[in-house]
Design a binder for this molecule. Structure first.
Ligand code: MRU
Length: 348
């Protein structure tokens, strides 16, 4: 597969370079980031997005920021590190990978109390690289487990984007399709457009097409029809946070896909790394759902506003799919089945 280098350090190793996902599929635009404000904005505006990708980004972001912190004493450096991590953590609330990666980076500092900041910097860079390397391995394993369910000619419906640019190599939900194509399998996909930010149209259909998968783009409200027609054998979606009981937060509209899949008797799988499982949330009720600006519904993408300026809008970025609708949760360690309290706990 053609790997897109979407989060990396620049050649000098002192700035963060990201592929600006808001510009896809029309432009492959890269941005260099070095300030805390630029990092915060990149996550908030979805220039970098997708739960695992936000975690990878957070690792390198903290390293780049740490290069600019006060190195004269450990306490000053550690305080600046904690403050910057808290600031970045506030950018988006739902994907657990952000706080997970920030905690990992923070541990590098807090577990070495009193060590000279200059000595911590190479360790922070190594930890960021480890988060990326581990994600590549996890996505590869998830893709293998997902592919084990598919046979030649199968068609998978997916929602939002859980591909390589939302993670690392292969991705999660569409990883099995990309891996299958790499092995010469003929697999098909329906990509939900994913209103309001169009991740399915702009990103998933772009990634699948580049990978040589036969992909058809549909509007979100067409999923029922393609399922009813018998054109879909599986639904594969990603996840932003999986609670201990299997309830899963993912892009708004995912729970509707799961309800349709249940109605039409189509297996519905969630694919994600163990870094997206949050056992501290007992159920989906404990997951904070991000609310975004009305303009994303009212006017973004249109030449002129497509609703009255004063109309009220409700714009949650994610919803929670009830565990009872999920046929299995595919992690790098294998496929977890109900009861999820038991199968998910056994992963750790
Ligand atoms: O708002 P986004 O684009 O960051 O939402 C992304 C999703 O919902 C993905 O499905 C999820 O993060 C999994 S990415 C492997």
């Amino acid at each position: 597969m053609q790997v897109v280098d979407h989060v990396r350090l620049n050649e000098a190793g002192d700035k963060l370079v990201i592929l600006d996902q808001t510009q896809l599929p029309n432009r492959m635009e890269y941005r260099e980031l070095e300030t805390a404000e630029e990092m915060y904005e990149a996550v908030k505006k979805l220039r970098v997005r997708g739960a695992p990708c936000i975690g990878i980004f957070a690792g390198f972001a903290m390293y780049v920021l740490a290069l600019r912190f006060d190195r004269s004493s450990y306490p000053a450096f550690a305080q600046q590190f904690r403050d910057a991590a808290a600031h970045l953590n506030a950018s988006r609330p739902t994907a657990v990978n952000l706080s997970w990666a920030l905690r990992r980076m923070e541990r590098v500092v807090t577990e070495r109390k009193g060590v000279a900041p200059a000595e911590l910097l190479p360790l922070l860079r190594a930890e960021a690289q480890a988060i990326l390397d581990e994600d590549i391995a996890m996505c590869t394993a998830i893709s293998e487990h997902g592919l084990s369910l598919l046979k030649e000619g199968d068609c998978v419906l997916t929602h939002c984007n859980a591909g390589p640019i939302a993670t690392s190599k292969y991705g999660t939900a569409i990883g099995p399709l990309i891996l299958g194509a790499e092995r010469g399998m003929k697999l098909k996909a329906f990509s939900d457009e994913t209103r309001p930010l169009l991740q399915g149209a702009r990103l998933t259909s772009w990634e699948l097409d580049r990978a040589g998968v036969d992909v058809t783009l549909i509007c979100d409200n067409m999923a029922s029809m393609v399922m009813k027609n018998g054109w879909v054998q599986f639904c594969f979606v990603g996840c932003d946070r999986v609670a201990a009981n299997g309830d899963t937060a993912n892009k708004i509209g995912t729970s509707g896909v799961a309800i349709l899949a249940k109605h039409y008797g189509i297996p519905f799988y969630v694919l994600g790394p163990t870094s997206t499982i949050d056992l501290s949330c007992a159920t989906g009720e404990d997951i904070k759902i991000e609310l975004r600006e009305p303009d994303e519904i009212r006017e973004m993408w249109y030449r002129e506003p497509m609703a009255p300026e004063t109309v009220k809008c409700f714009n949650p970025a994610f919803d929670v799919t009830d565990h009872s609708l999920i046929s299995g949760i595919i992690t790098e360690k294998g496929i977890c089945r109900a009861p999820y309290e038991k199968s998910l706990a056994a992963l750790f």
